[in-house]
Design a protein around this ligand. Structure first.
Ligand code: ZN
Length: 68
């Protein structure tokens, strides 16, 4: 999930699969780093988990249509 709290150096992006946590200044920055961000901007997946999520379709809210 994407944290709601905005820190001086960005927001927390927590992978919904493996709980990997990173901080990014923006969704664009997260995507540039390989993260997959859902259209609702609540769910996100780290680069390690994103490829699997991009191909599973509607079961995961259509995440695959939301990346890059
Ligand atoms: Zn992950």
């Amino acid at each position: 999930m994407i944290g709601k709290t905005i820190y001086a150096d960005g927001r927390n992006y927590l992978c919904d699969d493996c709980n990997r946590l990173e901080k990014f200044q923006s969704i664009e920055a997260a995507r540039a780093a390989g993260w997959a961000i859902a259209r609702n901007r609540k769910n996100c997946y780290c680069p390690a988990c994103a490829p699997a999520r991009r191909n599973v379709g509607k079961a995961w809210g259509g995440v695959r249509t939301l990346v890059k």
